[in-house]
Each structure stands twice: as C-alpha cells, then as structure tokens.
Design a protein around this ligand. Structure first.
Ligand code: PHE
Length: 481
C-alpha cells in the first residue's frame, strides 16, 4: 500500500493509539539515518526563539489591550505575570524539549514515568495552536493587505475617519479576507517546507534586527508629536481603578501568549536547541527583548492616539488606524509606512512559523510521514478553522457562541483558558514528576553552567508559586471563585 494511503488507514491510527498507551516504543521520530533538523548557531537559536515571541502580540495585541484596560496599571500586572509565571514556565518548556529532542507529545511521553499521561499537555497544545493560528492568520492577512494599501498610499492620513473606514472596508469584505488569509497560509507553509535551519532560522535571523531599527525610528517620530507626553503618561502612570480579576486574567493570558508558552511551541523549539546553549540566559534575553519591543510599540502608538484624537480603547483595530496617522506626519512617511507593515508581517511570520511548527512536528514525527505532507495536512485543517475567523466581520458576523464571534472566542479560549491550563500542567509536571534534579541537569548543561542557585529558586516557583497563582487568577478571572 502506498504510504500516503496508509496514513489514513486504520494501521497508522492504531499504531498511534498504541504509542500513546505506551504499549510499543515510538520509533516514528527516528527515521533511520536522517539527522533531526535543528538550529545551527547560538544567534540562530536566539533569533528564532525571539522570532516566535515577538509578533502581533507586541504590535497589535499589547497596545490595544493596554489601551482598553487603563494603561499603566495593566502594564504593571502584565510585568508581574511575565516575571513570576511566564518566565519560569518558558525555561521549563525549553528544558523539556531539549532533553527529549522530540515534539511535545513524544517529549512528555519520554520524560514522564510510565503510565502517566502527561503527553496530554502536548495534545492540548496542538488544539491551542490551531485555535490561535485561526485568528492570528487573519490578522496577519490584514497586515499583508496593508502592505499593498501602504504602497498605494491610500491610508496615508491622520484623519480617524479615513483610516477607520479603510480598515472596515477590508475586514468586512469576505472574499478579500479569505484570499489574504490563504495567501498567508501558503507563504508560511512555503517557509516551513524549507525546514528548521534553512527556513525558520535563516529567515528570522535576517529580519529581526531590522524590525528593532524601524520601531526605534517610529518612536522618535511619535515622541516629537504635540501630545506625546499625554500618551507616555497613559502608558506609564498606573491607574489601578480599572484593574479587576478579569483584567488580571487578561494580563496573564497576554504574558503566556507573548512568550509563546503553555501550548508546546517553546517545547518544540527547545527540541531544536543546541546542547551547549545556555537556556536560562537565552530565555531572559528573549523576555527582555520582547518586553522592549512591546514598549517601543506602545511608545510609537499612544502619543499619536492622543495627538490626533483617536480612541485609546479602540480595540483590535487600534494599530491599523493609528499607525498610518504617525506616518502621514513625517517626511518619507509613505516609504516608511510600507517598511513598517513589511516588518510587522515579518514579525508575525516568525510567530506563525513557530505556531505551525507544533502540529507539523507532531504529525511528522508521530505518524512517520514527511514534513511536506505534515505541513499540507496542517494547512488544510487551518484553512478550514481559520475561515470562520476570516468571515467573522462579514458573512459569519452573527455566528456567536457564549456571545462571542469565532474570532473573539478562539482568542479568549486560547489565551485565557488553554494557555494558562497548559502552564499549570507544565509546572506540575516539572515540579512534582520530573523533579529538581533533572531540571538542574537540564538547565545547567549537566553541571557546566554555574547557575544552581537560580535553578533552586526556579524550581520552587514552578513547584508551588506559579501553578497556584495561575489557578487563582484563572478561577477568579472566570468568576468561578
Ligand atoms: N508570541 C506570539 C506573538 O506575540 C504569538 C504566539 C503565541 C506564537 C503562541 C506562538 C505560540 O505574536
């Protein structure tokens, strides 16, 4: 029987079932004589990991969530969630991935004691990846469409009416929304087909530095605007009156989303890490750089919001309506705006690649089929699930569940429920099953790094503090307690 036919035959599914039950060893990941692909240089590891963390989360989600939830108060809670919860979980995930050198499901199976179904974390991660990609790919689609609009110059205006209606026209057109989304999927799929080193690493390494540079220029322009100080005050002066349990949950969800944790992405990337890579240092650098990019995006956006009379709590459309206004203000604004949307597309591409890599690695390694087929299968599933989000502002505007459109539902469900839940399970796995000694071995590169004390603190956080905090924030935020 041809291999492709076998994938869908009961044989492979049954084999997969047995593997999950740990009755037979999983050999599918070890295709004979084929070396597992991985990152090839220290900078490459950093760029790819940062490429996953930095994305629309910084440029699109962070500013609008900060705007909608009262500015600096939200920022402070977000910072705390990042340090106490997200950072430890990120280190743990990468360590798990590198120790097992496999996709999240296989990784957890290998490291868990026999009979304990910790692999469920990987399976839930795959579901979360599809949910996130469904709405994420649509926002990337808007960014791609905006590159074209920026080239034409049709959105170069500081009139909220003009930029607002350009945005609405785009998202309310079902055909455009779908076509742009498919274009994005084909583009991302194409890069993934090149592999981990030649695809993911090569692309992110070149383009991440450029993004930083452009954001810096944008900030300089924005800070020179009339009401810059009002925008900056909004971003940095805490007002705690807006903070309630659901805002805290959102800030924590954003911290998970930002660092791409709680769903297997960092575990998958960890499995491509080099053995000599210093995981804690890399993680700290990624977290710091990621925060820095979010701050830059905030500094670029809020002065313009106040200067031109936009609405800081405008929601998801904020970036698409305010950023053109900043560019309309400056010499060479036209050219710089094109560059801005190109680089946002780049940032989003790095994040999308890491999201798609989760199902691709799982399907490829567990079913023993080629990366190409695994990518195609994932893209097909995604095109179907994603279309519900693409049509959320047009044909499917009235399709709602729990009062939310598919776009909002997938966003809420993933960030506020699935990622934190994945985070709790990862903490519990490391803190109570894997144990201090193995974590120590993994994070100190078998004793070569002198970071024992830091790992002690980390283990304490992972075992007691982080899971408890996540649980309390989740239950309170969801109104269950
Ligand atoms: N961290 C990415 C961003 O900020 C999004 C992402 C979430 C990527 C989860 C991978 C996994 O845009």
């Amino acid at each position: 029987m041809k291999k492709s036919a076998r994938i869908f035959s009961g044989e492979i599914l049954f084999r997969h079932f047995l593997i999950l039950q740990s009755k037979i060893p999983d050999m599918s990941h070890s295709t004979p004589c084929v070396k597992r692909d991985g990152f090839t240089s220290s900078f490459g590891v950093l760029a790819a990991t940062l490429g996953s963390a930095v994305g629309l989360g910084n440029i699109w989600k962070f500013p609008y969530m900060t705007g909608a939830n009262g500015g600096a108060g939200f920022l402070l809670v977000y910072l705390l969630a990042t340090l106490l919860i997200a950072l430890p979980v990120m280190m743990a995930e990468i360590a798990i991935g590198r120790e097992a050198k496999a996709n999240p499901i296989t990784a957890l199976q290998r490291l868990a004691p026999r009979g304990f179904p910790w692999w469920v974390i990987g399976a839930c991660g795959m579901v979360a990846a599809f949910l996130i990609m469904s709405f994420y790919s649509e926002v990337v689609a808007w960014v791609f469409a905006y590159i074209l609009k920026a080239v034409e110059g049709s959105i170069l205006s500081n009139d909220p009416q003009v930029t607002g209606s350009a945005f609405n026209q785009l998202i309310q057109d079902p055909l455009q929304s779908l076509l742009w989304q498919w274009l994005v999927l084909i583009f991302i799929g194409g890069i993934l087909l090149l592999g981990v080193a030649k695809g993911i690493e090569a692309v992110t390494k070149k383009l991440m530095p450029l993004l930083f540079l452009l954001l810096l220029i944008l900030c300089a322009v924005s800070l020179s605007l009339d009401k810059a100080s009002e925008g900056i005050r909004f971003l940095f002066q805490p007002d705690f009156s807006k903070i309630d349990a659901s805002v805290v949950l959102m800030a924590m969800g954003l911290a998970f989303f930002k660092l791409s944790i709680g769903m297997g992405t960092m575990m998958t990337y960890g499995s491509y890490f080099r053995d000599q890579q210093n995981i804690p240092t890399t993680t700290l650098r990624v977290m710091t750089a990621d925060l820095f990019v979010s701050m830059l995006a905030g500094i670029a956006i809020f002065p313009a919001v106040f200067t031109f009379g936009f609405e800081p709590a405008a929601g998801p459309s904020l970036v698409f309506i305010t950023i053109p206004a900043v560019f309309a203000q400056i010499p060479m604004g036209h050219l710089l705006m094109v560059l801005f949307f190109v680089l946002t597309a780049v940032a989003a591409t790095g994040a999308m690649l890491s999201l798609l890599e989760v199902p691709v690695a799982i399907i490829h390694e567990r079913f023993g089929i080629s990366r190409r087929k695994a990518t195609l299968i994932s893209l097909l599933v995604l095109a179907m699930a994603g279309s519900t989000c693409a049509l959320t502002n047009s044909s499917m505007a009235n399709v709602k569940l729990f009062g939310l459109t598919m776009f909002d539902l997938f966003d809420y469900l993933s960030s506020n429920i699935l990622l934190p839940l994945g985070g709790i399970l990862i903490c519990l796995f490391v803190g109570w099953s894997w144990g201090a000694q193995r974590l120590q071995q993994a994070l100190s590169n078998r004793g070569q790094l002198h970071n024992q004390r830091m790992i002690h603190v980390l283990f304490f956080l992972l075992r007691y503090i982080s899971p408890l905090l996540i649980l309390i924030v989740m239950l309170k935020g969801l109104g269950l307690f």
